[in-house]
Write a protein that binds this ligand. Structure first.
Ligand code: UDX
Length: 438
């Protein structure tokens, strides 16, 4: 099939590349001409595992192209995906100016039947607004607007796209349904479903799924905080809970709060949508409140340990990205930790395998950025861990003790076994487990 993808951010690029991988002809459009030139030269503008291999192959074989010319892409396509940013406005609502702007442009460009698909996370009712924008200059027989939310996780997005748990498609058009069924069939050979529904329900599904997952995380963070006080171990509690098939094992890990480009934004936007419908979504307000506090959990533990002394301390920080296998630092708990520690006057020696440059562009030389995790420990008074990169999981404990001034670790991701840390002589304080004191 012939496909255009408008917007080559994270979602657009993964979507375009993966559709090319199943043999479709894909043209990706972006207004950023420098970025388009780079992609035309074969450069992948984001870090996402496996994307480079698929990108190179499909570009080389001529199925994946890039342009700044919307008309060129639309003329060549029967399906247009809109993968445009929806930044949160001041009131928490999603700002639709990019999507509606492109819809307006499309209304003067489309000349044959085209399916226009909202891929971005957009509030309930957006497809109707896109429809209205298109209908201003176009006959309604020439287009259908479909909602097809993405459920990609950064770091495993290619795999999530190629092998989705499910594909959700909101449409009331049999013609559009048929096209999308054909387009997605190669991805659900394993038997996972393509779930067709009305447009508004598809839009709501994305917010409901992300908000539910964020709720699970905030719930577990509260259980963890209570475990610390009540003398329980959240790891044991998590395993005990997760073995119930109604609950399930995944997404029950407490930590330093959820971050990233989706959960914080989507929970806020759904709360805002609720407000617009005169409904107070109490759980979501609590989820946001818990998360706001949890992001400071490690900084708070450091403050409690060092007290007023924190101003004279150097803290090693392992992990800056909001989660492993990405260089994305949007809403990263590490940034909140850094702000709080700098405010207290502490010095920071930070290391991250991928995200250093992004963080350096914010803090400059206010933070010392290190080449590897051990360098961050040199002369530091304590180690704080905020991202669970695999490379942190089996460290050389002797080397750590040699480099740190004191063997003190605050672990926001529960990477290590507490008994092992006791045996190795560390002061070890993690999330929801009893601290090991030395
Ligand atoms: C999420 C959704 O998973 C995805 O379906 C949606 O399309 C976009 O948002 P992503 O933001 O890439 O994906 O990351 P995810 O792996 O879901 O983690 C989100 C945040 O929750 C991270 O900050 C992570 O550290 C945190 N998290 C996740 C926990 O604190 N505990 C968990 O058990 C799981």
């Amino acid at each position: 099939m012939k496909i255009a993808v408008v917007g080559t951010g994270y979602v657009g690029l993964v979507t375009g590349t993966c559709f090319a991988e199943t043999g479709n002809d894909v043209i990706c459009v972006d207004i950023d001409s420098k970025k388009v030139e780079r992609m035309q030269r074969g450069e992948v503008p984001i870090y996402e595992p496996d994307l480079d291999v698929l990108f190179e192959r499909n570009q080389r074989q001529g199925r994946l192209k890039f342009t700044t010319n919307l008309k060129e892409a639309v003329d060549a396509s029967e399906i247009i995906f809109l993968a445009l940013p929806t930044p949160p406005g001041e009131d928490g609502s999603a700002d639709l100016k990019y999507i509606l702007g492109v819809a307006k442009d499309l209304s003067t460009i489309i000349t044959k039947y085209t399916v226009v698909i909202d891929k971005s996370t957009v509030p309930v009712g957006t497809a109707e607004r896109v429809h209205a924008a298109l209908a201003e200059n176009l006959d309604e027989s020439l287009f259908d607007v479909v909602s097809n939310p993405e459920f990609l996780r950064e770091g495993v997005a290619v795999d999530d796209f190629l092998k989705p748990d499910r594909v959700v498609i909101g449409t009331d058009s049999a013609k559009a349904e048929e096209k999308l069924r054909r387009l997605y069939e190669p991805f659900v050979r394993s038997g996972n479903p393509i779930i067709f529904m009305d447009v508004r329900s598809a839009e709501m599904t994305k917010y409901a799924a992300n908000s539910y997952l964020a709720t699970r995380i905030s719930f577990m963070n509260e259980i963890a905080n209570l475990c610390e006080k009540a003398g329980a171990d959240v790891d044991a509690v998590r395993r005990g809970m997760g073995s119930d098939s109604r609950i399930g094992k995944r997404f029950l890990f407490p930590g330093v709060g959820y971050g990233g480009s989706c959960f914080p934004k989507d929970v806020q936007a759904l709360a805002h949508t609720a407000g617009q419908h005169d409904y107070q979504f109490r759980i979501l307000n609590a989820v946001m409140d818990v998360n706001t506090k949890q992001r400071f959990r490690i900084a708070e533990k450091l403050e409690a340990h060092f007290g007023d002394d924190l101003g004279n301390k150097t803290i090693a920080l392992w992990g800056l990205a909001f989660k492993p296998n990405t260089d994305d630092i949007r809403e990263a708990p590490a940034l909140y930790t850094i702000d709080r520690l700098l405010e207290a006057g502490a010095k920071i020696r930070a290391f991250d395998p991928e995200a250093t440059e992004h963080v350096r562009s914010i803090y400059g030389d206010k933070v010392t950025f290190c080449e590897d995790q051990y360098q961050a420990l040199e002369g530091s008074d304590a180690l704080a861990i905020v991202t669970e990169w695999a490379v942190f999981r089996t460290p050389d404990y002797d080397k750590m003790k040699e480099l740190l001034k004191e063997p003190i670790i605050f672990d926001g991701r529960n990477l290590y076994d507490t008994d092992r840390m006791r045996e190795n002589g560390f002061h070890y304080d993690s999330i929801g487990r009893q601290a090991v004191e030395v």
